[in-house]
Design a protein around this ligand. Structure first.
Ligand code: ATP
Ligand code: MG
Length: 140
């Protein structure tokens, strides 16, 4: 049994459509506990730093502009195999490829405006959590 923490971001397309609660319900139904959460307006500098691994991808500038187009909700999800479980609940990057019942299938608008971010490895999760949260903000 491996209990993990992973970083989740509810993206601006979802906060704009008042979907924070519906998305959180999906996490909780999957057994993930929301152990920290805050609503933020990212600055361009923060979004560029957060998505630095994608800086050479053709969609980088559009992605940064999208991520600062409205509020986001950053959160830490905790549970057994949380990194993998969260990626399953999110569904594929492109909502057209996402499985029925996943967040992106039900809520995403496009491959870019795809409602949620989730860490893709335990190592990245640790790094991404510390980008947004201090240790004392994780309550479990
Ligand atoms: P995330 O990192 O947000 O959890 P992901 O790991 O499924 O998503 P990545 O390949 O890491 O997907 O891409 C990061 C984000 O960049 C995607 O979630 C999406 O918002 C955007 N993105 C990815 N591919 C494209 C694309 N071809 N065109 C436009 N935006 C894209
Ligand atoms: Mg990713």
């Amino acid at each position: 049994m491996t209990i993990e923490n992973t970083l989740s971001i509810i993206k601006p397309d979802a906060t704009r459509r008042n979907l924070t609660g519906s998305i959180n319900a999906k996490f909780e139904q999957a057994g993930l506990n929301i152990i920290a959460q805050k609503r933020l307006q990212l600055t361009k500098d923060m979004a560029q730093k957060f998505y630095e691994i994608h800086k050479d991808r053709p969609f980088f500038n559009d992605l940064v502009d999208f991520m600062i187009s409205g509020p986001v909700v950053t959160q830490v999800l905790r549970g057994e195999n949380a990194v993998k479980v969260n990626r399953e609940v999110m569904g594929a990057t492109n909502p057209k490829d996402a499985e029925k019942g996943t967040i992106r299938k039900e809520f995403a608008e496009s491959i870019e405006a795809n409602s949620v971010h989730g860490s893709d490895s335990l190592e990245n999760a640790k790094c991404e959590i510390s980008f947004f949260f201090a240790e004392i903000e994780l309550i479990y």
